[in-house]
Design a protein around this ligand. Structure first.
Ligand SMILES: [Zn+2]
Length: 328
């Protein structure tokens, strides 16, 4: 799983903060204790000496073993003495230990070169926080998707009521999110405005992000703005922000409201490149749009439309704009 550059930087910053917070606190406590209990300072000096004395074992031959055993005993006894001194002076016995948030990796994020579980948890938390900085995301869950707003009268054109169709789509999306992996299919969510497409894509984004996958969720307009900025600056490599690479690398790309943006030759080419590259690598994309196949072809190109029609699972949202009902 690959996380976006901003999430990785935020995680590294947070880990460094945790580490320095713990180590500063340990130093403060140590200065305080050594000043108040000089016997601890003496015991610490002796302890340090046992560490230095280890080298004397070299060249002792057969005697080295019992010498080292004695040294280890002295070392343990000194540690015990320090604990007792702490307790008898009113401190907890572990007062001088560095209080890392994660003892396994001492807040470095790595154990012997392998990412620590705390780092993975942190990345996930930061990704969720980023998703939920989109004010609607936290409210748009599968649980809050209300089927009561859809009519149960069968729609003659499709032979199914909007409610029945949306119930199936809700169930499909829920299973999709629960069972998501990097080779899940791409989805094409289409239908009129105000039928809950954004709600369900946000619900999928929430569940998949919480499972630890790197999800990029954004409106088509924002995605194209970033790509355009990057493209027209690429001559100045210091301003390259990796927008396109992130769109290609993430585990799940969700493009909300495709078709509402202002298209140019550039955006059409950029969209084709992203969709085509991801499809070739079997990386899922979810597109939500008001455009059906015909309208897609008019706005973009037959190439893009055929990629979507050929490679995506279509989910047709039915009903009348539920936002009016929500507001009443
Ligand atoms: Zn850790």
């Amino acid at each position: 799983m690959s996380f976006g550059k901003d999430i990785i930087i935020a995680a590294q910053t947070e880990l460094a903060k945790r580490k320095s917070r713990a180590e500063n606190l340990q130093q403060q406590r140590r200065s305080e204790v050594l000043l108040k209990v000089p016997e601890i300072a003496a015991a610490e000096r002796e302890l340090a000496q046992t560490g230095l004395d280890v080298v004397k074992a070299i060249g002792m031959g057969a005697d080295a073993r019992s010498y080292l055993e004695n040294l280890a005993k002295t070392n343990l006894a000194l540690q015990e003495k320090i604990k007792l001194l702490l307790v008898s002076n009113g401190y907890p016995e572990n007062y001088l230990e560095t209080d890392y948030v994660c003892k396994k990796c001492e807040d470095t994020g790595y154990v012997e070169g392998t990412p620590c579980s705390c780092r993975r948890i942190l990345l996930k938390e930061l990704a969720l926080k980023k998703l939920y900085s989109n004010s609607r995301a936290a409210q748009c869950t599968f649980e809050s998707f209300n089927l009561d707003y859809y009519s149960d009268r069968p729609d003659e054109r499709f032979g199914i009521s909007a409610k029945e169709q949306m119930k199936n789509i809700l169930e499909y999306c829920r299973c999709y999110a629960d069972d998501f992996d990097c080779s899940s299919p791409s989805l094409y969510l289409f239908g009129q405005t105000g039928l809950g497409k954004t709600h369900l894509t946000l619900a999928i984004a929430g569940v998949v992000t919480a499972s630890g996958y790197n999800v990029i969720y954004d409106s088509a307009q924002n995605i194209f703005n970033r790509l355009e900025r990057e493209h027209f600056r690429s001559s100045r490599s210091d301003e390259y922000d990796g927008a396109e690479q992130e769109l290609l690398d993430c585990d799940l790309l969700i493009i909300d409201d495709l078709g509402s943006e202002f298209t140019t030759q550039f955006t059409v080419a950029a969209l084709y490149n992203v969709l085509n590259t991801r499809l070739n690598c079997d990386k899922p994309v979810i597109i939500s749009t008001n455009l059906d196949a015909h309208a897609l072809e008019e706005k973009y190109s037959p190439r893009i439309t055929s990629r979507i029609m050929g490679g995506y699972t279509p989910l047709h949202f039915l009903g009348n704009d539920i936002r009016q009902k929500l507001n009443n």
